[in-house]
Write a protein of this length. Structure first.
Length: 130
């Protein structure tokens, strides 16, 4: 027979009752020319992205094709940002404005919905509610 401490059970019940307003999260992937990643990082940080990752990459086009298209350098930065669904529209508008400012600002951005996440502490970290 196990004996439970009633105080511990009450504390667990109180913690469960504390509801957290959960929001859907998205992975937003942005691919830009190398050197432009810092702007994208700051843009998504100002829009509420709390976790971001940067990966350097190379384009796959051959030199002959790059010459035809007028692409000098194929060095890229891939930025993966985790952002809540309610803040994504503002971030997309800011990113679109960044691409329109100068001809050199080229890139692509797309989002992927996160359909599952294990652990409330991880979720709280990603939406910055700890």
């Amino acid at each position: 027979m196990r004996i439970f401490n009633r105080n511990k059970i009450d504390n667990v019940s109180k913690r469960k009752k504390k509801a957290i307003d959960t929001k859907k999260l998205l992975l937003f992937i942005t691919i830009v020319n190398r050197g432009q990643g810092n702007f994208v990082l700051k843009l998504f940080e100002s829009e509420g992205a709390n976790a971001q990752f940067v990966q350097y990459g190379e384009g796959t086009a051959q030199k002959e094709i790059r010459d035809i298209l007028g692409i000098e350098d194929n060095s890229k930065e891939v930025i993966i940002s985790i952002i809540s669904e309610d803040k994504i529209e503002d971030a997309k508008k800011e990113l679109e404005a960044f691409f329109k400012i100068r001809k050199r600002n080229r890139g692509i951005g797309f989002s992927i919905p996160m359909t599952s996440l294990i652990g409330m502490k991880l979720y709280q970290f990603l939406v910055d509610t700890l």
